[in-house]
Design a protein around this ligand. Structure first.
Ligand SMILES: *[C@@H]1O[C@H](CO)[C@@H](O)[C@H](O)[C@H]1NC(C)=O
Ligand SMILES: *[C@@H]1O[C@H](CO)[C@@H](O)[C@H](O)[C@H]1NC(C)=O
Length: 595
């Protein structure tokens, strides 16, 4: 395609969205084996104590749903975005744009957000606190279901309600609240709070990939066709089957994924998430069911990760067909089209409205011309949709020039014919991968959080080196001044090589300092000891965080080794095979804990 813009922008959710959350969390907690769940208390303690992030305005008591990132969290987030840019923008040569957060209402009206992105809220009339009705009900039902006295019959009834949750009308929801007694007593206990997953403001990275609707094929699909990915198709969901590991190529061939352009992005998203530290076996792609998907969308797959909160949506990947461009083109009368790549001489099927001027004129007098103008610029996708309404209901309505026109069967019908074209313009279809960066980050936290075997006190994040907040620490064995020139030399050389690092020359034992840098996920550590100072050539040790194994290499070589490790050019195994293994320094575990 000629034009592949993308945007990377910070979205604040205005109050016309629900203020809590625009995603929904699937309720599969009960299905998870216990040992698979991260020790969340321990993990959150680390995140807070080392200031990955914390509640905003904490000294004022904090505001739920608003967070500030600290130095380690910022570094990690920046790296996640940096890898995103490399993986998507550079790889596909996408054109990047950075959009404003604020959007005028008519745009959101046209896009459908005003009418459709609305959720029912319930308000505590005493203290004014508001909750999303479906979330509150869901949480309450889960609480009831976890009660030992709850019969299996009652349980499956409540499960049914949870499945239908998105589908209820206002009245039905209100009735359910009465049916299941939601009283004040439950309110504080179950108010939804789930860290970085439910936030009011978040960074979203979004790609708009435009494609000719007549050529919905991706030339690079073969590069991802062999990936084996856990897919949870809508068919599997409605028939009660489980998700299935499938080759992406097979999924597209069998029509489970609608087309290879969408399939290509599913594959690329998968590769990205694995690269930044999401665990393969806790990642699946779930297809939207018909009732979830907007009527105009062809197909939609969400990347979901398994966390202690259940499966959560972290990336959406939708084929939104031509709907958005058509709506905005219609509302603004600015054509949003591309020259077609496929046609120079081509017989095309034309679909047009054929208005009955007399009937429309009679009904709308001098305003009739606005309806006529409107009908003349509609495209196939839209016409087909309205035709369906015309057949089912005998009418449809349009809005233009601030007026509403009800059009019935005697006023308009749809005409189809063939025509030979020389140059053709098309309204491109758009494939829209949309990334919630905070949720990706949260999934990485849960999936990489580790406790050292045999030592409950020592925890660490096993971040892939590419996203680790710091690639390397530089640690003098003690505060002896003889080490300092080497610390400075290494630090300067690391900076020259673009390796983010942290010098820790505090007085703790070396084991204690390793533990401290492991805790924030620093990938490698260089230690300067007496051999560094006393022997030539000057060497120092390099330690791998996950295995805690060390090698010894010349001080002059180390910055480049770390750089290559950090950008994935070499692996730790390769480093171990090239340099002598070093044992020592991190003597006993005891020393580490005691400090
Ligand atoms: C949603 O409601 C409609 C109409 O009541 C019903 O036909 C449909 O099965 C419901 N969908 C789900 C997923 O329950
Ligand atoms: C893909 O989506 C289009 C539009 O909704 C539909 O017409 C087509 O049948 C779908 N293809 C497959 C293989 O499902």
């Amino acid at each position: 395609c000629g034009c592949w813009p993308s945007s990377l922008s910070k979205l604040s959710i205005p109050d016309l969205h629900n203020p809590f959350d625009s995603f929904s969390i699937l309720q599969e907690l009960a299905l998870q084996p216990k040992d698979d769940i991260v020790d969340r208390t321990k993990m959150e303690d680390t995140l807070k104590r080392r200031f990955f992030y914390d509640q905003a305005f904490a000294i004022y008591g904090g505001v739920s749903g608003l967070y500030d990132f600290g130095p380690v969290g910022c570094a990690l987030k920046n790296n996640i975005l940096q890898v995103w840019r490399q993986h998507f923008i550079q790889e596909e040569q996408i054109l990047e744009i950075d959009c404003t957060m604020l959007t005028p209402e008519p745009v959101l009206k046209t896009s459908g957000h005003v009418d459709k992105f609305a959720d029912y809220m319930v308000k505590d009339v005493k203290n004014g606190e508001c909750f999303r009705a479906d979330h509150l009900l869901k949480a309450h039902l889960q609480k009831l279901m976890s009660d030992k006295k709850c019969t299996s019959e009652k349980k499956s009834e409540m499960e049914g309600v949870i499945t239908q949750m998105d589908n209820y009308t206002q009245q039905e929801l209100a009735d359910l609240f009465v049916q299941y007694n939601i009283g004040n007593s439950f309110r504080n206990e179950i108010s939804p709070r789930s860290g970085l997953i439910r936030v009011r403001e978040f960074t979203m990275a979004e790609i708009e990939h435009f494609v000719d609707p007549n050529e919905k094929v991706h030339s690079k699909f073969s590069s991802v066709a062999d990936l084996e990915i856990m897919l949870y198709s809508s068919k599997a969901q409605t028939s009660g089957q489980s998700a299935q590991i499938m080759k992406l190529g097979d999924a597209v061939e069998q029509g489970i994924i609608n087309n290879s352009v969408l399939g290509y992005f599913v594959g690329r998203i998968y590769l990205y998430l694995i690269k930044v530290g999401v665990a393969k076996d806790k990642l699946r792609f779930r297809q939207h069911m018909d009732n979830e998907m907007a009527h105009y969308a062809c197909d939609c797959w969400d990347a979901e990760t398994k966390t202690s909160y259940g499966w959560i949506e972290i990336v959406g990947c939708a084929d939104r067909s031509c709907y958005d461009l058509l709506c905005h083109a219609r509302a603004t009368k600015v054509p949003l089209v591309l020259p077609s790549l496929t046609a120079s001489h081509k017989v095309v099927n034309v679909v047009q409205f054929e208005p009955n001027k007399g009937a429309i004129g009679k009904a709308y007098k001098k305003d009739a011309k606005f309806a006529m103008e409107y009908l003349a610029i509609c495209d196939e996708c839209y016409i087909t949709g309205q035709e369906k309404l015309l057949n089912e209901n005998g009418e449809f309505t349009i809005e233009t020039e601030g007026k509403t026109f009800k059009l019935t069967k005697d006023m308009v019908n749809v005409k189809r014919f063939q025509k030979t074209l020389h140059v053709e313009e098309v309204v491109p279809n758009v494939i829209e991968p949309s990334f919630g960066i905070g949720r990706i980050m949260y999934s990485i936290f849960e999936h990489t959080f580790r406790i050292r075997e045999g030592d409950e006190q020592r925890t660490y994040f096993s971040f892939p080196a590419t996203v680790a907040p710091y690639k390397c620490s530089v640690l003098p064995l003690s505060q002896n001044q003889e080490f300092m020139p080497f610390v400075r030399e290494l630090s300067e050389a690391l900076t020259r090589n673009g390796v983010s690092h942290k010098v820790d020359d505090s007085s703790g034992s070396i084991g204690r300092r390793y533990a401290r840098t492991d805790e924030i996920g620093v990938a490698f550590g260089i230690t300067i000891d007496f051999d560094t100072v006393n022997k030539t050539p000057h060497t120092a040790t390099l330690r791998d965080r996950d295995s805690m194994r060390q090698i010894r290499a010349e001080v002059s070589e180390l910055p480049e080794i770390v750089r290559d490790l950090a950008n994935g050019a070499i692996t730790w195994t390769e480093v171990e095979s090239k340099y002598p293994i070093f044992e020592g320094q991190e003597t006993s575990k005891k020393e580490t804990v005691e400090e």
